[in-house]
Write a new protein. Structure first.
Ligand code: 5GP
Ligand code: MN
Length: 326
């Protein structure tokens, strides 16, 4: 529960041998890129490294250098020296990676979510950082850990995806400086951006067409949302990863302050994903009401109930936060 310095974290990385580098369920580019960058650096240090994610490597991020090092956690729990959680706002969001840790001498928690409850022994939370990948870059440089082009490319994708390609307001001057340093380290910007943003499977666009059919507005067009039923997902044969970022089409509408996406899950819950364009419309506060979390401008939750029920409840709360009825 203590705030750790980079040198304390660096010391722990050097002192221990068996390491598990993990991140959250339904991983995004920041989660997987950060895991790979730190994992690769530790491997170069001679550590015995596992890079675990509940989902294993996603098809769409399989272009990341050394992506094959990301594996699903083993069914049989393991003893490790160091368990490292990256980009994971609450420990339970590690999913089966958490249950695969039988014991760990030390837990490290590195994240940029303000709602992170600061679990673990060595905790480094920087909520001014737009991506966990940016913190990993600073850690690697500060501690003189091994660094090469493969790590740079993973960190570039981590930072690019969490900043909406260096566009969201969380992007800072330091973010651009780091991007420049990553390009100097050998990142092929054109190629990597094409693989990240112009390489979608056709089914993702077919999904977008379906989602737009469910789009509706409220609160004088300041709130827009769409939803995905399990039936539509099955009919189109889409993977869970296919909808990452589709909410940006809704956020991009002029006048829309809050965008919401509802996805029916097989466990009787609905995944809620929200984006805000205005600091005064804090979607993390909305998500927290429903047991989730995230950032002011990007947050989510998993809420028990049918699609219609959850949509109704969450949209009512958004309307409340935006003061729509006044
Ligand atoms: P996304 O909408 O892309 O799934 O998530 C946006 C942000 O909200 C991410 O920073 C993510 O960590 C957070 N988030 C999404 N779903 C949940 C959830 O179920 N619980 C918590 N605590 N945070 C979430
Ligand atoms: Mn992140």
């Amino acid at each position: 529960m203590n705030a750790a310095t980079f040198s304390e974290i660096g010391k722990a990385l050097h002192e221990h041998q068996r390491v598990a580098v993990m991140s959250h369920v339904r991983p995004d580019g920041d989660a997987l890129g950060s895991q790979l960058a730190l994992g690769l650096s530790l491997k170069k240090l001679g550590k015995d490294v596992r890079i675990w994610n509940e989902e294993g490597m996603l098809e769409k991020y399989s272009f990341l250098p050394s992506s094959d090092l990301v594996s699903k956690p083993p069914a049989e729990p393991e003893d490790v020296d160091l368990a490292i959680a990256l980009d994971t706002a609450i420990q339970s969001r590690l999913g089966t990676a958490l249950t695969a840790i039988k014991s760990a001498k030390t837990w490290i928690n590195i994240d940029h979510h303000p709602s992170n409850p600061r679990y673990g022994d060595l905790v480094y939370i920087d909520d001014t950082s737009p991506a966990t990948g940016q913190i990993i870059y600073e850690l690697i440089k500060d501690q003189g850990l091994p660094f090469d082009r493969a790590m740079a490319e993973n960190l570039y994708v981590a930072i690019s995806t969490d900043t909406g390609s260096f566009q969201y307001p969380n992007t800072t001057a330091r973010t651009y400086e780091i991007a420049a340093e990553l390009v100097r380290a050998g990142v092929d910007v054109g190629r990597v951006n094409q693989l990240t943003y112009e390489n979608y499977p056709k089914r993702r666009i077919e999904l977008l067409r379906e989602l737009l059919g469910t789009l509706h507005f409220e609160c004088a067009d300041r709130v827009a949302s769409f939803s995905l039923s399990m039936k539509t997902a099955a009919d189109l044969g889409v993977l869970p990863e296919d909808n990452e970022g589709l909410i940006d089409h809704v956020r991009a509408i002029r006048g829309v302050v809050v965008a919401a996406f509802f996805e029916e899950l097989s466990d009787g819950k609905v995944r809620v994903s929200m984006r805000s364009k205005d600091d005064r419309a804090d979607v993390c506060a909305v998500a927290t009401k429903f047991g989730g979390g995230g950032h002011k401008l990007a947050a989510g939750a998993r809420v028990r109930g049918s699609l219609a029920e959850v949509e109704g409840k969450v949209l009512a709360e958004i309307s409340h936060v935006l003061d729509c009825n006044s």
